[in-house]
Structure formats: structure tokens, C-alpha cells
Design a protein around this ligand. Structure first.
Ligand code: APR
Length: 231
């Protein structure tokens, strides 16, 4: 049984990582347009760097919750038959033990050099030092996909969606494409689709089954069902 799991901010909410659209529409006090766009970075790089430096420090202080742990356990059983496509830029899936994770919106723990294209692990505030170790220019930016930029690994994601038997979306509002449309792609190739989310999402109607509740409760229960099914 091949499974694709799509995760969003809701899976990290119980670890203490703020979601994007549950609050008053602000992202930790910032309008998304003010920080998560290439134009914002062009206009005011220091503000954007500081914003991601703050998020990087905040994420360094949080730990995986039972939902992340259950998905890592499922990978130990299914191996290459499971892939987690995450919209999240935290590393909580990896901290929980998942290794087959595709960060389609990038990740906070690496930086991208705008000059030479090298990716390097981030171990400091980029607002203070954006020096690229590969080419020496001060051109490091957060390795995060901003609005208007192309998400990463879409070819690989499409192949996984075409090959999977089950597609499960966890903790995502279905507000942002292309991720919000993955359920249709998977269903079009015959996969059974399930949404695990706190409340109705913008795409709930597209799923074969929807379960509402906390990810920390729904995901371990669903993993137990799959483990029983595969034996
Ligand atoms: N358990 C399950 N679901 C939860 C929980 C929880 N504990 N807490 C919140 N949720 C749900 C919310 O109800 C909401 O539907 O998680 C969803 C989070 O939605 P968003 O905040 O929109 O986050 P996400 O779907 O990941 O956003 C997608 O938008 O801003 C961009 O690039 C950013 O990757 C992000 C993308």
C-alpha cells in the first residue's frame, strides 16, 4: 500500500508553532505580504531576515507531538511506500524520525545563496551575517518558498500522487495551491483520500472521508488502523 501524506501548519500547532490562518490573519504580528514575498525581501531584506531568524529560534525551542511521532512510526513500517509532503518549514517531522519528507515550501534550517545557488545549514541569524560559505558573497536568503515563487519538488510530488493508493491531508486549510489540489490529482489516479483536520477545510468536499479533531489524537489512531491493515 503506497501512501502520500500532506501536512500543513495544523500538525505542528500542538507543538506550539503558530498556524497561518487560525489567528487574526496575521503571521506572528506580520502581514504575510510584508515578509513572505520576493518583493518584501527586495524592499526590506533586514525585516524579512529578522522575521525568519525569529521563527528559526522559535522552532528550535519546540518538539514533535504525537502526530509527528506516529508518522515516523508508520515510515518505519512502510519504508519507501510512505512519503510525507509537508508545507511546513519546521523540522518537526525529521526530529520525530521521519526521513522521507519533501519540504515543498522550503525549510528554516537551510539558507539559499542568491548568487551561487548553494544551500547551507543555518546556524545563526542571517540578519547579522548573510555570508555564503560557498562563494563568500553576502547573498544568503531564507530557503523558504515565498508567494509568487515555484514550490520545490513538484515533479517528484506528482509522481508520488500518481502512484499512491491512499492520500491523507493533515492540518492544512486547503487555502494555498498547488498543495490544495493534490487531493484531486491523487483521486484522479484512483487513490482513496482522507482529510484529518481540526475543522472543515476549503477542500473537505473533495475528500472521500473527513475526520475532525486534534492531529495529536486523529493521526495516531489513523496510523494504528493502517498498521492493522498492512499487518
Ligand atoms: N490539529 C489538526 N488541525 C489543526 C490543528 C490541530 N491541533 N490546529 C489547527 N489546525 C488546522 C486549522 O483548522 C487549519 O485548517 O490546520 C489548518 C492550518 O491551516 P493554515 O494556517 O492555513 O496552514 P497551512 O494550510 O499549512 O497553510 C498553507 O500557506 O501561508 C502559506 O506557505 C504557507 O505553507 C503555508 C501555506
Amino acid at each position: 500500500m503506497r501512501i502520500v501524506v500532506l501536512t500543513g501548519a495544523g500538525i505542528s500547532a500542538e507543538s506550539g508553532v503558530p498556524t497561518f490562518r487560525d489567528a487574526d490573519g496575521l503571521w506572528e504580528g506580520h502581514r504575510v505580504e510584508d515578509v513572505a514575498t520576493p518583493e518584501a525581501f527586495e524592499r526590506d531584506p533586514r525585516t524579512v531576515q529578522r522575521f525568519y531568524d525569529e521563527r528559526r529560534r522559535a522552532v528550535a525551542a519546540v518538539r514533535p507531538n504525537p502526530a509527528h511521532v506516529a508518522l515516523a512510526e508508520l515510515e518505519r513500517r512502510l519504508g519507501d511506500d510512505l512519503v510525507v509532503v509537508t508545507q511546513n518549514i519546521d523540522d518537526l517531522h525529521e526530529q520525530a524520525g521521519s526521513t522521507r519528507v519533501v519540504h515543498m515550501h522550503g525549510r528554516l534550517d537551510t539558507a539559499l545563496c542568491e548568487t551561487c545557488g548553494a544551500r547551507t545549514p543555518v546556524d545563526r541569524d542571517l540578519a547579522d551575517d548573510a555570508g555564503c560559505p560557498a562563494c563568500g558573497t553576502a547573498s544568503l536568503r531564507p530557503d523558504v518558498v515565498w508567494f509568487g515563487e515555484m514550490p520545490y519538488d513538484l515533479d517528484r510530488i506528482d509522481l508520488e500522487l500518481a502512484a499512491c493508493d491512499r492520500f491523507v491531508a493533515i492540518g492544512t486549510s486547503g487555502a494555498v495551491y498547488p498543495a490544495a489540489g493534490f487531493v484531486l490529482t491523487a483521486a484522479g489516479f484512483g487513490a482513496r483520500t482522507l482529510e484529518l483536520n481540526l475543522v472543515e477545510s476549503e477542500v473537505s468536499l473533495l475528500f472521500d472521508e473527513v475526520r475532525h479533531g486534534l492531529a495529536s489524537m486523529l493521526v495516531p489512531a489513523w496510523v494504528d488502523e493502517i498498521l492493522a491493515e498492512v499487518g
